[in-house]
Ligand binder design. Sequence first.
Ligand code: FAD
Length: 452
Amino acid sequence: ISPRSIVQDACASYATLEKLNERVKPAIDDLTRTTDFFSHYRLNLFHKKCPFWDDENGICGNIGCAVETLDDENDVPEVWRAKTLGKLEGPLAKHPGKQEQRNNPRRPLHGELGENIGESCVVEYDDECDERDYCVLEDESATSKGDYVSLLRNPERFTGYAGDGAKQVWDAIYRENCFKKSSFSHAANLGTPFSKSPAAQDFKQVMDAAGRQAQLQLQRAQRPNTPFVANTGYEIEDECLEKRVFYRVVSGMHASISAHLCWDFLNQTTGLWQPNLQCYKDRLHGYSDRISNLYLNYALLTRAVAKLGPLLRGPEYRFCTGDLSEDMATRAKVNEVTTQAASIPQIFDESLMFVNGEGPSLKEDFRNRFRNISRLMDCVGCDKCRLWGKIQTNGYGTALKVLFEFDNNSKNIPVLKRTELVALFNTYARLSSSMAAIGRFRQMVAAEDEAE
Ligand code: FAD
């Protein structure tokens, strides 16, 4: 089997996911844009300090990581400046607080959430973190339970947050939280043709469950003297599958953020919000590994959402207690998304991970590192970026928890918290939009090439 066939298989997975997304996107957009439950997120956005470096003044304190924005910021109108673009819009509604909840657990939330918002749909009860969580829950240590934010009023898009501040956070995410020396160092991997890159092999191994057997044969054929199962799990070159997947989840999230900020970009000359093709070319077009990582994340979340589907139909999950019709409407929309996600053959095969040798300890390491990444979100010096960074790390953390901690045959399946569900489905919606945006950008590049 030649490397060429690996790429073809990966392409087949790409095509399957793109086809799936044509059906998932309308359903997930409907769910996240039209229901109160999924369009409001509760988080502690302003009161947590960056745990890794001094972030007085909302950003890190040392001069080197002050947020730089556009060079000519002073030349653009105030409303287009990064500081303003990064600010949250709309009213923040306070959580009712523990005492009030205890006194009257069905009491509707007081606070403005925007027009026509059924308040009782967003009340949330105190919940505890457990050791199966892959991210630090918003309410873990806070006495105040944070604010509700309208996600519709604060879309993820270009904010102008850039420079040393943003770089420091990405660097910390990649360098300080990566497992030991990685062959996926983002600098090292640039320019590698996809067919020759380890990403192509990974893609095949994790995503193509149907071809798993063939892949085992391929491994043996390519390296007949190397034992297939090594202590660290599924060894490929000098990194095991789990460590690569970890890197790729982060890189895929980064690619998705880039896709959104390029797609919903503010042209500071005209003041219009529009796609920025050059931004896409600079960050994504030449980087097949980044796009591949984004697709891997889409496959991972598809699998988690599909796996969760039957559970969400159970009585443990209520989407809007107190308003039966809203509850039923939300439930029907959730059902549509999970049914679509389950409509393709399983592409991401989580059963390959954490199964051999030091699997369980590696899993804990994986979980702890992911929690660190979620903590790093408190170091992001732009409100909107921090909001979406927190939602997405929680969304991936929830997906990992569903994949690796939920045994559908067990009686002890944890019930997900509201913040986890909202984060999971909104992260799926983000990935779905990123895939659509990348598809449109590709067409724009092709049209440009044709015109030349
Ligand atoms: P960056 O995107 O900062 O990347 C830094 C380096 O990482 C690059 O030079 C490259 O070597 C490498 N790299 C880039 N992409 C990948 C990838 N996918 N995989 C692996 N390596 C990669 N800005 C907004 O306008 N809107 C937002 O909503 C927003 N949200 C953010 C959320 C977080 C958590 C963070 C940390 C930043 C956010 N930003 C946002 C800022 C944005 O991500 C960029 O940092 C900024 O636009 C500057 O981009 P850059 O070209 O310097 O490269």
